[in-house]
Unconditional design. Structure first.
Length: 318
């Protein structure tokens, strides 16, 4: 199903219109890893797609022994990468659940990331997986100049990743999440980091969305006029800048960047810019992500409400 069309139902798969990835996910569910190897191997020169595909595949493989079995039967860079991603997800899930096994799983994940990094030294993906794990041990490197709050964090590891890929999308999002309140950071730090990182990025970069991510993360429905926050001039300016500079680039993407489009569509909708939001929703086609909608209630209900407000089709009965 192509993005831009809507045939009555949302498609919540994170593979979206990456058909090769969707097929590989089906094979992983069935216990087969050959197609996972193929879709990862072809991305060795495209770090953005490699990061996305490895994360989606790991989310499917994390509840089985496929990654361990693949690594044992046919060890190689792609098997090692998937194992690092799976081990990372398991450690983070255990930590979020407050499980006492989180420490042991974090050590396993760290070792898996180091192994994958040695096999393909130029690939930032294993380092990004390590960056995701830093919210468990909370490193406190000093911040560079230019941040009002000077928040300590995993700056050295982040700097290493940027040397490999200066505008790596997942690395920036993982780094920002380190400063979220729910992981031991603070609202002021996350605002500061989001602004610092987005202002460094080119005008046409999806990293300009980082402040909108921080805004959703900081959303408090009980706060006075909470839902009107996006109508403030600074947020209208931010959303419209992304709409004019980044959104036109999406047509040239290999695959639809559903999550980034969802944050932009949400911000435009909340800012009462329905015309622009409609265009972004149309570019997403049927593909949907749970964030940012789940921060405001049931994601399908929130997405349907926004689409209907923009005069777009919604699921039958929605």
């Amino acid at each position: 199903m192509a993005a831009g069309s809507f045939e009555g139902q949302y498609v919540w798969s994170p593979a979206a219109d990456d058909r090769a990835l969707a097929r590989a996910c089906m094979d992983v569910r069935a216990g087969r890893y050959l197609s996972a190897h193929e879709v990862l191997q072809e991305t060795r020169e495209d770090f953005e797609v490699r990061a996305h595909r490895s994360l989606v595949l790991a989310s499917v493989a994390a509840d089985s022994d496929l990654a361990e079995r693949w690594l044992a039967e046919e060890p190689g860079p792609e098997a090692a990468l998937l194992w690092a991603r799976v081990a990372m997800l398991r450690a983070l899930r255990m930590a979020d659940a407050g499980d006492r096994r989180q420490g042991a799983l974090a050590r396993i994940a760290q070792s898996a990331c180091e192994r994958a990094a040695k096999l393909v030294p130029d690939d930032p993906t294993p380092w990004v997986a390590q960056l995701a794990l830093t919210r468990l041990d909370r490193p406190q490197d000093p911040a560079p100049q230019g941040l009002l709050t000077a928040p300590a964090g995993p700056w050295y590891l982040f700097a290493h990743i940027l040397r490999l890929d200066p505008w790596h999308r997942e690395a920036h999002h993982r780094f920002l999440s380190f400063f979220f309140t729910r992981y031991g950071g603070s609202s002021s730090a996350s605002w500061d980091v989001a602004a610092f990182l987005s202002q460094r990025a080119p005008a046409a970069s999806p990293l300009r969305l980082l402040p909108l991510v921080a805004l959703v993360e900081d959303y408090n429905p009980s706060a006075l006029l909470a839902d009107h926050t996006w109508e403030q001039p600074q947020w209208i300016t931010t959303a419209m800048g992304i709409y004019h500079n980044w959104f036109p680039q999406v047509a040239g993407y290999r695959f639809t960047p559903v999550l980034d489009l969802a944050y932009l569509a949400h911000a435009l909708f909340m800012a009462k810019r329905e015309f622009e939001a409609r265009e972004v929703f149309t570019a997403m086609g049927p593909y949907a992500s749970r964030m940012p909608w789940s921060a405001f209630g049931d994601p399908e209900e929130q997405l349907t409400k926004a689409r209907r407000s923009c005069g777009l089709p919604v699921p039958h009965g929605g």
